[in-house]
Design a protein around this ligand. Structure first.
Ligand code: NAD
Length: 420
């Protein structure tokens, strides 16, 4: 989440990233200024009737960062620490993520300052419906398509879809993605982030001659992203997941963990710790394990200047957003560690969101096998483009990914020209 200091201000970081890549790709100064400015920002203050009958005013945002390449795409976050600068930064990152995956989208993000853990389902529904109607002038299948983010889920999307549809007078499933399948969601969306990450790892391993069968893996974070990638990398690639963790701590077994059984243990006890036959390991030590593949899938700022030199993995795949600091990036690059940057490694989610939107617009729904095959193709192409670009400029994969993403948006702006 956003800190208040200028140094930790996520939007300042997002702008700095554009300056860095601008030098690499020799970007025109005027276009650089456009790319450092969010196109459109909406702040709404809206009342919600609480369970005790009283009214409370909440503040929410929707930022449309750039739509040169297509309708905006990006999640809606409910969190007490949401701020306009955080939403701006997240909207910028969505722009680069959609662009590096070559999805025909711009980037956006939304947020409401609130604590959903303290709200009843009824209050959450009223808050969501009112927020949806406040931002309704900005959203729509051709304009801006929200999705779930921190503390919002498929139910939140169902309420937004219904509110928007009631205002139009007919069902508009393409206004949001990440919906329940019964009302126009896509097969495969639930596991898309972890599955996409697994494909990216497979491609990176192939390029550097690392056999994934039998390769050792550690996964930090055992939620939606982390547990799926742990499961798929062992089942589909035959890798050996030796360690996983959650917020309470981790487990390690050098012979490998049975991930299906770990999932069952976590479902029963609420944590991975205590899993029979495994020893305890701290989240910090998990990162430093002598494994082939490390997958941070929890929080930001986990690999820093303090521990980067102790990372032994050959591939670090960022299922989480922002787990590696810029200082750590330099150390890993020097040590020849392959980092699969977040805007590539966890882009399986937004890619299948794109497939969901396409299916909604066509009113024609694909079987899960088709969704996964198309995801596989997009991940493989995008990984190759990133690795080739990084090689061409002699930079790390993150800068390679930004170079592609920023250049594509810049090209769209150049070709379209400035109105009027
Ligand atoms: P989640 O809430 O389902 O899981 C998070 C996991 O991290 C949980 O197991 C939690 O216990 C663990 N965790 C929390 N604090 C921790 C700590 N200090 N140390 C170790 N583990 C800790 O969330 P998620 O959806 O899996 O998201 C995880 C990351 O992946 C986030 O950075 C998110 O932005 C990113 N991501 C997720 C998706 C998606 O589709 N779910 C898409 C793109 C990016």
């Amino acid at each position: 989440m956003a800190g208040e200091g200028a140094q930790n201000n996520p939007f300042e970081i997002a702008k700095k990233q554009i300056d860095i890549v601008a030098k690499v790709i020799n970007l025109n100064d005027g276009i650089r200024e456009i790319l450092k400015s969010p196109k459109r920002e909406l702040t709404v203050n809206f009342p919600v009737r609480m369970d005790n009958g009283e009214y409370k005013v909440f503040t929410g945002y929707r930022v449309q960062y750039n739509m040169a390449r297509g309708p905006c795409k990006g999640g809606i976050r409910y969190h007490p620490q949401v701020s306009l600068d955080e939403v701006r930064a997240l909207a910028a990152w969505m722009t680069w993520k959609c662009s590096v995956m070559n999805l025909p989208y711009g980037g956006a993000k939304g947020g409401v300052i609130c604590n959903p853990k303290e709200m009843s389902k009824g209050t959450l529904e009223r808050l969501t419906r009112r927020f949806a109607s406040e931002i309704a002038p900005l959203i729509g299948p051709e304009m801006d398509v929200p999705a779930p983010d921190v503390y919002t889920d498929s139910q939140t999307m169902a309420w937004i879809m219904d509110t928007y549809s009631m205002q139009k007078g007919f069902s508009v499933p393409g206004v949001v993605t990440g919906k329940p399948i019964a009302i126009g969601g896509s097969e495969g969306r639930g596991e898309a982030t972890g599955r996409g990450c697994m494909y990216a790892i497979r491609e990176a391993a192939k390029r550097q001659g690392l056999k994934t069968k039998g390769a050792t893996v550690a996964v930090q974070g055992f939620g939606n992203a982390g547990s799926v990638v742990a499961n798929l990398i062992s089942k589909e690639l035959g890798s050996k997941v030796v360690a996983v963790s959650d917020s309470r701590g981790g487990i390690y077994n050098k012979e490998g963990l049975d991930i299906t059984k770990v999932e069952a243990h976590k479902a029963k006890t609420g944590q991975v710790e205590g899993f029979p036959g495994a020893q305890k390991i701290s989240n910090e030590d998990l990162l430093k394990l002598d494994v082939d593949i490390l997958i941070p899938a929890a929080l930001e700022n986990q690999i820093t200047s303090k521990n980067a030199s102790q990372i032994k993995a050959k591939i670090v795949a960022e299922a989480a957003n922002g787990p590696t600091t810029p200082e750590a990036d330099e150390v890993l690059f020097k040590n020849k560690t392959t980092v699969l940057p977040d805007i590539l490694a966890n882009a399986g989610g937004v890619t299948v969101s794109y497939f969901e939107w396409v299916q909604d617009l066509q009113g024609y729904f694909w079987p899960e096998k088709d969704v996964n095959e198309r995801l596989e193709a997009v991940m493989a192409q995008s990984y190759k483009a990133v690795a080739d670009t990084a090689e061409k400029y002699g930079v790390n994969n993150r800068t390679g990914a930004y170079a592609i993403a920023v250049d594509r948006v810049a090209t769209a702006i150049r070709l379209r020209g400035i109105y009027p």
